[in-house]
Design a protein around this ligand. Structure first.
Ligand code: NDP
Length: 277
């Protein structure tokens, strides 16, 4: 029997998840159907209840429902607890298992697909929202030389730095700073995890932060050369990437979790890539 999965969000037309998961199903020979559910605002639980009652096995969760899914779950994985948000659910009887694969997907894209190990690197993350929060533990697990979170609202960056200190077992120095405190500092990997690119804005980042040979990684995807990537390019950075690989890798993590088989992401990434020009 065909197993049913779906992504729930509002809006949902833009979601690439059905394309990605159906492509994974094809290459791995899994018999699944993966659709889109437009969740009514304020009606997340009812929409998920209905999907489960119709036999649904699992769901991805996108904006604005990641916190609703956190509240709905019965069993939160450490990744979801740390992120304070859920992006994948698995239904087994009365149980709702919940994960957040965004952070692990991001790190897998950087380390595996882009062949850029984070171990021993100076890592800077712009933004202190949900994406950064979810990536903290996966970043620390790679043992960078240091991890700096910078945010417009400095208190949120400091809060994440404290959270990271509380949870890490290693000795990675973590700091939460404001943008003006970046003067004179350089980093080997710079992630733009702000939502500024969604409105073609640029965080107040000094171009001097990029160390020679740095990777500039924009978490947003499908936007070409964003203001952040343009700044990096003008500063001489040649290794530029956007979040298409992160998108594919978080989907692959959910697919493995649901189906027990890891799909190759290369073809999906190629098909969804928008050139960085
Ligand atoms: P949140 O809304 O949780 O956080 C947004 C962050 O951006 C906040 O820290 C906010 O700062 C900061 N910000 C917004 N506008 C500006 C600006 N003009 N200048 C400086 N800082 C700004 O967003 P998420 O963490 O959920 O998402 C962040 C990015 O990651 C988005 O681009 C999103 O598309 C992308 N993403 C990509 C995924 C993928 O699969 N590729 C998956 C998940 C996210 P403040 O706190 O001061 O308001």
């Amino acid at each position: 029997m065909t197993d049913r999965y779906a992504v729930i969000g509002n809006p949902i037309e833009q979601s690439k998840s059905p394309f990605i998961h159906m492509a994974f199903a094809q290459v791995t020979g899994q018999d699944i159907d993966y659709g889109k559910v437009l969740g009514p605002l304020g009606g997340f639980a009812q929409a998920v209840d209905a999907f489960r009652a119709a036999g649904g096995r699992g769901m991805n969760v996108t904006a604005p429902f990641k916190l609703d899914a956190f509240a709905y779950a019965t069993d939160l994985a450490p990744s979801a607890q740390m992120a304070g948000a859920v992006n994948a659910m698995k239904f087994e009887g009365e149980r709702v298992y919940a994960e957040n694969f965004d952070g692990v997907g991001l790190v897998r894209d950087v380390v595996h697909n882009l062949a850029c190990p984070l171990k021993g690197k100076r890592v800077l993350v712009l933004g202190a929202g949900g994406a950064t929060r979810g990536a903290l533990l996966p970043f620390l697990a790679e043992q960078p030389a240091e991890l700096v979170v910078v945010n417009r609202t400095v208190a949120k960056a400091q809060e994440l730095a404290q959270l990271a200190h509380k949870h890490q077992t290693g000795q990675v120095p973590v700091q939460g700073l404001g943008y003006e405190q970046l003067q004179g500092k350089q980093f080997d990997v710079v992630f733009n995890a702000t939502s500024a690119s969604l409105t073609a804005e640029l965080p107040p980042l000094p171009a001097s932060v990029f160390a020679p040979g740095a990777l500039a990684y924009e978490l947003a995807y499908g936007k070409g050369l964003t203001p952040f990537l343009k700044l990096a390019q003008q500063a001489g950075v040649t290794h530029l990437a956007d979040g298409v690989g992160m998108l594919a890798e978080q989907a692959a993590e959910a697919f493995v979790w649901w189906r027990g088989v890891r799909p190759d992401t290369t073809s999906v990434i190629q098909q969804l890539t928008v050139p960085l020009v």
